[in-house]
Design a protein around this ligand. Structure first.
Ligand code: KIV
Ligand code: ZN
Length: 531
């Protein structure tokens, strides 16, 4: 059983969705739903703070603002935008985010001292997340403070924040390794100081779900303000621990996009939100249809690729290769999918490989408007298997090329590049000129762009007409060095009564020329298509 209302709402932004009941989780989940669960919890996203602490990630001010906008559009309730005391650049970024007027509330991290809280106030924030470590290990080896000193510092900081009109969320850092009596004592003390929310961090990811459930239940007995939870993934249990905490009484979850965060990362937003909905019928404010697009924005701006096998937003999460699976999914997605990809704004992908069958080939080619008879399909399947057996990936462009070859289409070129030049340099707007013959008629156009590739592709689009769109552009370096060979794949679409797609791929040492070549191949295929 899932929260149908929420799912219907999420699915309604998917015009292509035919079947609205597209969550196919185990029926046993419904048997263990506890009656005390809330109808919804709030989501605090810390991609811009804990996520930015991921080794190797350093975001520019502009990129932080872009991510904050995307997170707010996604529906997160609170964005932890950064750590104001850490640098002047960080304060500038947080200040800009706070001034954006986003729907999400913006919060900044602060240690329990006036300087950090003042830094948050200087950014124009009205919400802080203040913390101090409470486990004996941290007290002894890091803070070199007594429990009483730590408690006094926390109380003082919260009172200071409250006296400045702030919403104050407080964390006992390393809570899951803190003595339970002392942890409860801290909760009682900070409530006395007027705290608004208490977060329970599993700072080093050292707890398991049953123990998390036990701990939160214990803390509920002394806590009147909402309890939040912040889990790290050192044992791969961050999401499981977060769900366990909600089951035990937590009412806010700390998450990051793509599971970014210190060391092994934090609980990922997508898995947590979908898990809450699917297993507990607990809703959030998240527009699930925007999960895929937001994940891609964060991956692009942080430079951190999402692992292909990651649940929900990984490239393989809805990819099917074996003939048996493709056949099943085509008959009913529930056979091999836990929920439809449209629920989270990503796409199903049929992948070619040694397990490919006729169904996969036929379905994939039909996406590009190519219809083959049974014999031709068998021929393509054989070639795909041969290539896969020799260790070669067969992507969409190669599959379309195989099919085109069988159909003998490439001989009759309808779109030909006649001339092409691009001008670029320092203090010069990159400009491209192209001359293209379309069905025997020569057309010339020029355009500018943010770089030479952009200028060249803009010029081609201009010549080919407004109904042509570049849907996807992928660049891979095949060899290293400044003379590296690169591979460019493009997917173009032609809008009309129905949108038709085409794909092209080229390899070369000049990125601009290779981009043009792959685009021309895609356009030619589009024009050679029999409608
Ligand atoms: O993991 C953690 O303990 C933190 C604190 C700042 C709350 O990120
Ligand atoms: Zn953390």
């Amino acid at each position: 059983m899932v929260d149908r209302g929420k799912l219907e709402q999420a699915l309604s932004c998917q015009p292509r969705s035919l079947d609205r009941k597209r969550v196919f989780t185990s029926p046993y989940n419904a048997r263990v739903i506890s009656p005390g669960l809330p109808s919804a919890v709030t989501v605090l996203d810390t991609t811009l703070r804990d996520g930015e602490q991921t080794p190797g990630i350093a975001l520019s001010i502009e990129d932080k603002v872009k991510i904050a906008r995307a997170l707010s559009d996604l529906g997160v309730d609170v964005i932890e935008a950064g750590f104001p005391a850490s640098s002047a650049g960080e304060r500038e970024a947080i200040g800009e985010i706070a001034a954006e007027g986003l729907d999400a509330r913006i919060c900044g991290l602060a240690r329990c001292n006036k300087r950090d809280i003042d830094a948050a106030l200087d950014c124009g924030l009205d919400y802080i997340h203040t913390f101090i470590a409470t486990s004996d290990t941290h007290l002894q080896y890091k803070l070199k403070m007594t429990r009483e000193e730590v408690k006094a510092k926390a109380v003082e900081a919260i009172e200071y924040g409250k006296s400045h009109g702030l919403t104050v969320e407080f964390s006992c850092e390393d809570a899951t390794r803190t003595d339970l009596d002392f942890l409860k004592e801290m909760h009682v003390a900070v409530q006395g100081a007027g705290v608004d929310k208490i977060n329970v961090p599993d700072t080093v990811g050292t707890i398991g779900p049953p123990a998390m459930e036990y701990l939160i239940k214990e803390l509920v007995t002394v806590t009147r303000v909402p309890i939040s939870v912040h889990c790290h993934d050192d044992f791969g249990l961050a999401v499981a621990n977060t769900l366990a905490a909600v089951r035990a009484g937590a009412r806010q979850v700390h998450v990051t996009m793509n599971g970014l965060g210190e060391r092994a990362g934090n609980a990922s937003l997508d898995e947590t939100v979908l898990g809450l909905m699917a297993f507990y019928e607990v809703g959030t404010n998240i527009d699930t249809c925007l999960i895929g697009p937001t994940s891609r924005v964060v991956s692009r701006l942080t430079g951190y690729a999402v692992p292909p096998t990651k649940a929900i937003v990984g490239a393989n999460a809805f990819a099917h290769e074996s003939g048996i699976h493709v056949h099943g999914v085509m008959g009913a997605p529930s056979t091999y999918e836990a929920f439809g990809p449209e629920l989270v704004g990503v796409q199903r992908n049929i992948v070619m490989g040694k397990h490919t069958g006729a169904h996969s080939v036929r379905t994939k080619l039909s996406e590009y408007g190519i219809d083959l008879d049974d014999e031709q399909v068998e021929h393509v399947v054989e070639m795909v298997k041969k290539l896969a057996d020799s260790g070669k990936d067969v992507d969409d462009a190669e599959l379309v090329a195989l099919a085109s070859h069988i159909l003998g289409r490439r001989e009759s070129q309808k779109v030909k590049l006649k001339e092409f030049a691009v001008f670029t340099g320092m203090n010069t707007t990159p400009t491209a000129v192209v001359s293209i013959e379309v069905n025997g008629e020569k057309k010339i156009g020029s355009s500018t762009g943010i770089g030479p590739v952009d200028a060249a592709l803009n010029a081609i689009k201009l010549v080919m007409g407004n109904d042509i769109h570049l849907v996807e552009y992928r660049l891979n370096a095949i060899t290293g060095g400044s003379d590296a060979l690169c591979e460019v794949s493009v997917r173009v679409a032609k809008n009309g009564e129905k949108t038709i797609m085409s794909i092209g791929k080229a390899i070369g040492s000049d990125i601009v020329q290779t981009s043009v070549d792959s685009t021309m191949e895609a356009l030619d295929r589009l024009y050679c298509r029999k409608e």
